[in-house]
Design a protein around this ligand. Structure first.
Ligand SMILES: *Cc1c(COP(=O)(O)O)cnc(C)c1O
Length: 419
């Protein structure tokens, strides 16, 4: 469910015509629906309301301050993977006691920043990180709460680039070795063993891999108890999928029910790290058609948005639905939707059966709220596009369009090169 719907023939974000926003602030732009974000957060968080839990929104899926603030107001926490994300989460008012820190490559500086910020827990991913964490905590007189991110070796049956819980993955510690590492960690003075964590992948459309992973984690928790290590938190990561095209992912209720059944009266606080399922269908990328190029082989719809704005199609071959902002009776064509970037992989849609577009038409690239703006770059020296939040019949620019000055901020030409 989302609030990007046609009223008459005009695509609206809630009660605002998308064309009006595009007219006012130019294209391309990211547009989010406040009501959709709220509804998705509440549907997910609410599905766990009858168990002790904490919903830590995965900041990397959409790092906008206004969006982080929205979930903070709803009582959500944050799952972060860098010092920069910690900075954003704190700036948006997320309670540090609701922040968990994941990632295979935390630096000493980032660890110190997180310790001083008094975050809830570090999800550690290697034995060397355990030692570094203990060392940094000792040096600054803190005690770090940790969960070991274990790799449960389950196949999430998703795109290989977004699978993270298989044996050959760089993430986590093999579940067979975790017991050893827990024993070491439990003996370190500046650490407190607080939990067990995992994250098996992204865009999962079945519940069974989640249930399998949870089953394996339960066995580990039992073994830990037997050796006298009691954990309080069970962090199941994120990964619940959404509908981009014809996928039929489980509703958060179904996902929660399956997990709760498997959990069965464990005296644990469950941590969830949803990203895509909250923001994915709550945002679109709005572009304007520049040119139609026809060759004997192909039709290309050249738009003003590109792979630097939305890299998912180029990076993963992902599908995003393409919709006209103003509907009309149109012929259908098979076309590639491409951007202005000098790369053959710069496409937003490939061999797509779509309504005919004409130059100056507005186009909506759907389901772009997760891993859209947050993965954008300045490649080809393209200023990053603005982010807008639609709220009922109003809208707010939550990030301005970058300027050319923004592009060169911090750059210097060494003096020896002259003026
Ligand atoms: C990316 C990531 C998430 C969020 O994944 P989604 O598929 O967006 O829900 C959660 N936890 C960790 C550790 C991640 O790396």
């Amino acid at each position: 469910m989302h609030h990007f719907t046609y009223k008459g023939n005009e695509l609206h974000c809630e009660d605002v015509p998308v064309s009006r926003i595009a007219q006012d602030i130019g294209t391309p732009l990211y547009l989010y629906s406040h009501a959709t974000l709220l509804q998705h957060f509440r549907a997910f968080d609410g599905a766990f309301s009858d168990v002790a839990h904490l919903t830590c929104f995965a900041v990397k899926s959409n790092s906008s301050l206004a969006i982080l603030k929205l979930f903070a107001i709803e009582g959500g926490g944050a799952d972060i993977v860098s010092g920069g994300e910690l900075y954003r989460a704190l700036k948006a008012g997320v309670d540090p006691k609701k922040i968990v820190y994941s990632g295979v490559g935390k630096t000493g500086e980032e660890i110190e920043y997180a310790l001083r910020s008094e975050i809830l827990m570090f999800n550690v991913e290697s034995s060397q990180e355990i030692n570094l964490l203990n060392e940094v905590a000792g040096r600054i007189g803190k005690r770090a709460s940790i969960a070991i991110r274990v790799n449960p070796d389950v196949d999430p049956k998703t795109h290989p680039y977004i699978s993270t819980g298989l044996k050959e993955s760089k993430f986590g510690i093999e579940i067979e070795r975790a017991l050893e590492d827990y024993t070491v960690a439990a003996g370190l003075r500046h650490l407190r063993v607080a939990g067990v964590s995992c994250h098996i992948g992204s865009q999962l459309t079945q519940v069974s891999p989640f249930v399998d992973a949870l089953g394996k984690l339960k066995v580990l928790i039992e073994k830990l108890r037997e050796t006298g290590i009691a954990v309080q938190y069970l962090d199941l990561g994120g990964g619940l999928g959404i509908t981009y095209d014809k996928e039929e992912p489980p509703h958060p209720d179904e996902y929660a029910e399956a997990l709760k059944r498997e959990l069965h009266a464990q005296d644990l606080t469950v941590i969830l790290e949803p990203g895509r399922v909250i923001t994915g269908n709550a945002g679109i990328l709005v572009a304007r058609v520049l040119y139609i190029k026809r060759s004997p082989e192909k039709t290309f719809i050249v738009v003003d948005a590109a792979m630097n704005d939305l890299i998912r199609p180029s990076l993963y071959g992902s599908y995003h639905a393409i919709q006209p902002v103003r509907r009309s009776e149109r012929r259908m064509v098979k076309a590639d939707v491409v951007g202005p970037i000098c790369e053959s992989t710069d496409f937003l849609a490939k061999n797509r059966e779509t309504a005919v577009f004409e130059p100056t038409d507005l186009m909506a690239v759907m389901s772009a709220g997760a891993y859209g703006f947050s993965m954008s770059s300045n490649y080809n020296s393209r200023p990053r596009v603005p982010e807008v939040m639609g709220v009922g019949d109003r809208y707010f620019v939550i990030r301005s369009r970058e300027t050319y000055e923004d592009l060169v901020r911090g750059e210097n030409i060494p003096d020896f090169m002259g003026e």
